[in-house]
Design a protein around this ligand. Sequence first.
Ligand SMILES: [Zn+2]
Ligand SMILES: [Zn+2]
Length: 257
Amino acid sequence: MLIDSHCHLNYKGLVEDQLNILERARQRGIGLMLNIATRESEWDAVLDTAVREPDVWATVGIHPHEADDHPHIDTAKLIQWATHPRVVGIGETGLDYYYDHSDRQRQQRSFRAHIAAARDTGLPVIVHTRDAEQDTLAIMREEMEKGAYSGVIHCFTASGAFADAALDLGLYISLSGIVTFKSARDLQETAARLPLDRLLVETDSPFLAPVPHRGKSCEPAYVADTAAFLADLRGETLEDLAAATTANFHALFAKAA
Ligand SMILES: [Zn+2]
Ligand SMILES: [Zn+2]
């Protein structure tokens, strides 16, 4: 069994064909999927899917791209929604200085509000970071000083040094289909040496379909291709990698039981 630790089942590209997409994932042995929220207007739909499907869990959060549009989402609001029995994580949140779709200060404020909600609820925070390693790390460290929280760096593409720093903070690292891309040499080097007990796998579908599905819309079933590639890269059996990433998911997202 494998777990897709990060997918967007309510995004265009997946939502229209959601039932078939879930069925194809089950047929490939995907035992659980974590349906990730990115803006307030989709929270109800993301939760509805998790209520309807026993193998789908949900998060609540505001993507860094959406920070400008959600100045009213604070820690209290996140905590309130996190009490829902199907919500097992806070996010995705973080910093994206590559696209800069939202003001950087607002992204930072929103990121800190999510971490505070994670700390308060004991649920892990799902961190998105792109071209923002320094600030992401500085905020994660400062917030850790204020009080412990758990979390995962999702769709990891940052440097090896950033991976080491995140691991030092006790965080997990989730790899997406990007690791299968021919151009991802540096990422593959880091992925090969990450500790097995901190590793998760994800699709981030409908984006980033792994080899051999590139160019197609991504879906949770494809996490099996990423896992197979990763096992080969690391010199492990797929069974061992699947067992470890599943155990890691349950250790981190303990509410998904
Ligand atoms: Zn993301
Ligand atoms: Zn995402």
